[in-house]
Design a protein around this ligand. Structure first.
Ligand SMILES: [Zn+2]
Ligand SMILES: [Zn+2]
Length: 256
């Protein structure tokens, strides 16, 4: 089988917020940008020579507004089914991410005050529910969806058979892509320890590159070194009693 090409679709800036177009036997879109970016994503799909009505599936990596914001609009424009993990159904059905956002550092603390983060997306119901690994062969891609919880409970990544990992917010570029190539936490994680465990599980599968929601593609070896440092940083925070984790079972935290 020929190689699955991974094409970044910039939603904001050059790569501040990315969606992705996967070109296999059929095209698949990963993530749906911020609210109101459906047309822009649609146009870019067409600019890559793909008829948007040929899109086989729209995979959402997780229930944050910059990743599912235009899912309903993109579904209308392409007719493609939307796939989302059951653990993030709350955000998809309400059009809002779970509040509060748990900051990973100063950037997140600053951003959590931004009103842009708290806008509402158009609610929708995913046609394809993910609750475990899911093969993408039926949608024309040699690869699979893999649950990678931690950033949110329903976070998933797409791993192609060629080794490309489309990873959502499992890891990001420093300062939302301002320092391209340097791995960093995205501004928020619901459960930093669980996220790091998911990241390491993916690195153990020897991916060739990580294509992330914020920034340029990342080199797995550089992420491995960063993950060691992050492990020690989290251990220090745990020891100091300063590691905040969202209790996924607490329904009161689900905002509507
Ligand atoms: Zn996110
Ligand atoms: Zn994000």
């Amino acid at each position: 089988m020929s190689r699955t090409k991974i094409v970044p679709i910039p939603v904001l800036g050059r790569h501040t917020v990315n969606a992705y177009l996967l070109l296999g036997r059929r095209p698949v879109v990963v993530d749906a940008g911020t609210p109101g970016s459906g047309r822009r994503i649609h146009e870019q799909i067409a600019a890559h020579g793909v008829d948007p009505t040929d899109i086989a599936l729209i995979v959402l990596t997780h229930g944050h507004i910059d990743h599912f914001g235009s899912a309903a609009e993109l579904r209308r424009l392409t007719g493609a089914p939307v796939a989302g993990h059951v653990a993030d159904l709350g955000p998809y059905r309400s059009g809002r991410a779970r509040a509060p956002y748990l900051a990973t550092g100063p950037m997140g603390r600053l951003m959590s005050r931004s009103s842009k983060l708290h806008v509402r997306a158009e609610p929708f119901e995913p046609q394809v529910l993910i609750d475990g690994e899911a093969d993408l062969d039926a949608f024309g891609i040699a690869g699979r969806i893999v649950p990678t919880p931690g950033h949110t409970a329903g976070s998933v990544s797409v791993l192609t058979d060629d080794g490309d990992l489309v990873a959502g917010d499992l890891v990001a570029n420093s300062f939302m892509g301002l320092i391209p190539g340097r791995p960093a936490n995205p501004p928020f994680h619901d459960d930093p320890r669980q996220n790091l465990a998911s990241l390491r599980r993916m690195l153990a599968l020897s991916p060739t590159a990580l294509h992330v929601g914020h920034g340029a593609p990342l080199d797995p070896d550089r992420i491995r070194r960063w993950a060691e440092r992050e492990d020690r940083r989290l251990a220090r925070r745990e020891a100091a009693g300063r590691l905040r984790v969202r209790d996924a079972r607490d329904p009161a935290r689900e905002s509507l």
